[in-house]
Design a protein. Structure first.
Length: 413
């Protein structure tokens, strides 16, 4: 991405705001484990990154809107030689300007932030927006929540609002640059899976299968979009199983849910493989049911169609297919084997926020029907990444590793 992409994102957000509005977004801080500090990967706040292109911790973006127009200011840590000695280079004003497209004159050091913000709140601002992303009632307060509380105490007339939904609306429809990133992440994910199938063996641990995948991703210069799921046998009927610490036994299936990440845009792909390289007749029967369900769902992913229609298509298909497979006798039993919906938005977050209830051109979503037969120790999920276009959806993942014959050929020992 170039700086123009982030400038455009800020301009589009500003167009949604009224005069006197201020948006305050925080990049985040690296997690701490026990007594270690700054020794763990830093997960940048994705809304902040979407508007700045900067992935460093402890930075504030202040986007303001007035009758004169919109302006953006960044507050960064002042470079400190002692910190640099221990932790490496710090972001400079020039680098922040180059990455974000914000003028260097509008990039200040953190010690100036309170004075600068106070002036705005006292004389120009009427409402202040934060990205208030709270996932649970009892979660610890975020820096955004703490700063919002401070401003509310010092400037009682200010209205504090949540900008998360507005940014989510912008993020829901991808630009060509974003789609290219997701496509690249998906291509590397598939190639890494092929490498895994060639190298992993029955009797190895699930984490060893995952390691073969992750090694290829790293060797190709990408990161993981999320923690790899490598669930064998009975473990595959647990949707978010990620211990990956059991032996992958000969004769069982291995369900993997994984994705490489390119420029913070994640692929999200699921496949299911026979651990010994050869499907049994029953495994292949159920695998093909899920593969056909994927096609049923994908056919509904068109502009103007409700996002619920893809779920309904899979449910209706399973009502017939699971009778043939002798799993159900009554339609009401489908949910015994179909645990989850078929789709979610994909982008900077693996489960990207979206306010859309209908498919719209430019959206990227997953298509991931599953079938979980606990009594047979079989869990199957097949997941592709889908681009909504003006007509039929474009499958960014395609048919790769969805044909049992292709899988068995790659795994031939």
């Amino acid at each position: 991405m170039n700086a123009e992409f982030y400038v455009n994102n800020r301009n589009r957000l500003a167009a949604m705001l009224g005069d006197g509005s201020v948006v305050m977004l925080y990049s985040g801080t690296a997690p701490v484990k026990s007594n270690d500090e700054e020794m763990h990967p830093f997960p940048v706040n994705r809304n902040f990154y979407y508007l700045t292109g900067i992935d460093r911790q402890n930075i504030w973006l202040m986007l303001s809107k007035s009758a004169e127009g919109a302006s953006s200011v960044l507050f960064i840590d002042e470079p400190d030689e002692e910190i640099i000695k221990w932790n490496g280079k710090m972001l400079t004003r020039e680098e922040a300007s180059q990455q974000s497209g914000i003028k260097a004159a509008n990039i200040h050091y953190m010690q100036d932030m309170d004075r600068y913000v106070s002036s705005w709140m006292a004389h120009r601002a009427t409402e202040v927006y934060f990205s208030l992303d709270r996932l649970s009632l009892r979660a610890a307060p975020t820096r955004a929540e703490e700063y919002a509380k401070l401003l509310r105490e010092k400037f009682p007339a200010l209205q504090i609002k949540n900008i998360a939904r507005s940014v989510s609306s912008l993020r829901a429809v991808k630009t060509p640059e974003e789609i290219a990133c997701i496509r690249k992440a998906g291509d590397v994910t598939i190639e890494a899976l092929k490498q895994m199938l060639k190298t992993a063996r029955p009797g190895e641990y699930e984490y060893q299968w995952a390691a073969d995948f992750e090694h290829y991703v790293a060797r190709n210069g990408l990161r993981l979009g999320f923690q790899t799921i490598a669930a064998s046998g009975d473990n595959a009927v647990m949707l978010h199983y990620s211990d990956n610490n059991c032996v992958a036994k000969d004769g069982s299936l291995l369900l993997v849910d994984l994705g490489a990440e390119y420029q913070y845009y994640s692929a999200d792909i699921s496949r299911t493989f026979p651990i010994n390289g050869k499907f049994t007749a029953r495994q292949k029967e159920l695998f093909c049911i899920v593969r056909e369900a994927m096609e049923e769902a994908k056919d509904k992913m068109r502009p103007g169609v409700s996002t619920r229609e893809a779920d309904k298509a899979v449910t209706d298909f399973y009502k017939k297919a699971l009778r043939t497979a002798k799993l159900i006798n009554d339609d009401s039993d489908v949910r015994k084997y179909l645990y989850h919906g078929v789709s979610h938005s994909l982008g900077l977050d693996t489960h990207d926020p979206s306010d859309r209830t209908e498919y719209e051109p430019g959206m990227v979503v997953t298509c991931e029907p599953g079938l979980y037969v606990a009594e047979e120790g079989i869990g199957i999920r097949l997941e592709n990444d889908i681009l909504i276009t003006e007509g039929a959806a474009e499958d960014l993942t395609g048919s790769r590793l969805l044909d049992p014959a292709e899988i068995e050929s790659l795994m031939a020992r």
